[in-house]
Design a protein around this ligand. Structure first.
Ligand code: SF4
Length: 441
């Protein structure tokens, strides 16, 4: 048998995109490819791109150009670009960066092997309609103890600023039985933490005619032995049912953590965004806080949306101050071609929007520090993730209110723990986003 071909991989964007990358890698490694950390000299380089907003587009272009330079001098045998950026710009790309051999849209994940083997170069595009990870042998990229369970693809909401429904197609939920099987396999492989993802997890099952899709899934998953933490990421504010909150409140395995992208709180802005729901965001926060278990809330806010004057921004700041949420990410509105919001009046100057973003982040940093200081002296379960990136004298891990990649971490300066173990840690020091603690006997 000849030597295995090598593949160099870059996965940009969100965890939903990462699942596509893992599927493509599963297919390619089944064909005999092996992964390499070095791009130069690789047989194939695969970049799975994001194209959601201009910053992501820029990052995709920069990464492609870097590898195109290698391809131009034959230091790479084949360059393949996949994902949202390709879905967004399609055929135009072929002319712009001719060094790329293959461009695969978001509906082409399952076809990567035939495309790579084919003599037909260029752009492969189709309307995303299926579920790419149903038939793919997925090769997980995340550490052995944590995994993303993608429960649906696409989105059928119509937020006026968002291109996702165009890039990823309408909502397609994965059948419940398949998800339960996938979770079982994950547990058997040593996964302790399952992170549930989709564009909007609360819509899960609607397209399959299920009324309580997410709630049913969680009730069934909770019986899965081996899985210690189930974490809920990306839930639309209008989908947080009382039944869902009750499950989080009463089932230990489900992390008391909700990621709810509010985007804004002003009624007029929310209506223009196409995200107004019957319940005001403040009422929803109060409803979540009424539960016995303290449920951590992460949100994403958008500043500089057309029509956001000082008055609307002040309302948003007041919300941030009042709600004292656990984690907040702030985006500056980016005007994207092909969205409804592109034509909206009342544009906000970019310097103003940037300043608003900084103002919220500053306020949230103070809130975050205050909350962290209150945690000193408490003992909390922490998922140990190995040695700290800064020094091997410290271990690092995450508490249940810390999602992988986006939230802070707990640094452990005393005691022993193995990667992937959940240990009781006593918190001894607090910083804006991170905590320090010691493993308890
Ligand atoms: S719910 Fe999220 S993914 Fe769907 S259209 Fe709105 S912002 Fe985009």
């Amino acid at each position: 048998m000849g030597a295995k071909k090598s593949i160099y991989v870059v996965s940009l964007g969100c965890p939903k995109n990462l699942v596509d990358t893992e599927c493509m890698l599963g297919l390619l490694t089944r064909e005999g490819y092996r992964i390499t950390d070095v791009a130069e000299g690789a047989d194939l380089a695969l970049i799975n791109t994001c194209g959601f907003i201009q910053d992501a587009v820029k990052e995709s272009i920069d990464t492609i150009l870097e590898l195109a330079e290698l391809r131009a001098r034959d230091a790479l045998s084949q360059l393949v670009v996949a994902g949202c950026f390709v879905q967004r710009y399609g055929n135009k790309l072929k002319r712009e960066i001719p060094e790329v051999d293959l461009w695969l849209g978001t509906g082409e994940v399952e076809n990567i092997v035939s495309a790579v083997k084919s003599t037909r170069k260029g752009v492969y595009l189709s309307r995303p309609s299926g579920l790419s990870d149903i038939n793919c042998p997925r090769l997980r990229f995340t550490p052995f103890y944590t995994a993303y369970l993608r429960i649906a693809e696409g989105c059928s909401h119509q937020c006026s600023f968002c291109l996702i429904p165009k890039l990823r197609g309408p909502l397609r939920s994965k059948p419940l039985a398949l998800l339960l099987r996938e979770a079982k396999e994950m547990a058997e492989q040593g996964v302790k933490e399952i992170n549930i993802i989709a564009q909007d997890i609360t819509s899960f099952g609607v397209d399959l005619g299920m009324k309580w899709g997410l709630e049913t899934l969680l009730e069934r998953l909770a019986g899965e032995k081996g899985i210690k933490w189930i974490r809920l990421l990306y839930g639309h504010p209008c989908g947080i049912s009382e039944r869902l909150l009750k499950i989080i409140d009463t089932v230990d395995q489900i992390c008391p953590y909700l990621d709810i992208p509010f985007q804004h709180v002003n009624e007029k802005i929310l209506a223009a965004m196409g995200r107004k729901s019957e319940e005001d965001p403040r009422e929803l926060v109060e409803r979540i806080r009424r539960r016995n278990r303290k449920i951590a809330i992460r949100t994403t806010l958008m500043v500089g949306f057309p029509g956001e004057r000082d008055r609307e921004f002040k309302e948003l700041m007041e919300f941030v101050e009042w709600a004292e949420l656990d984690h907040i990410g702030v985006f500056v509105y980016s005007k994207e071609k092909g969205t409804r919001a592109e034509r909206f009046e009342g544009e906000v100057a970019s310097e103003v929007a940037e300043a608003r973003r900084a103002e919220i982040m500053q306020l949230q940093a103070e809130i975050s520090l205050k909350k962290n200081l209150q945690r000193i002296g408490s003992s909390v379960p922490v998922l140990v993730e190995g040695v700290s990136e800064e020094t091997d004298l410290l271990l690092r891990g995450r508490a249940h209110w810390m999602a992988p990649e986006i939230d802070g971490q707990v640094l452990i300066n005393k005691g022993r723990g193995e990667e992937g173990e959940i240990m009781k840690v006593k918190i001894t020091e607090a910083y804006h986003y991170d905590l320090v603690g010691e493993i308890m006997r």
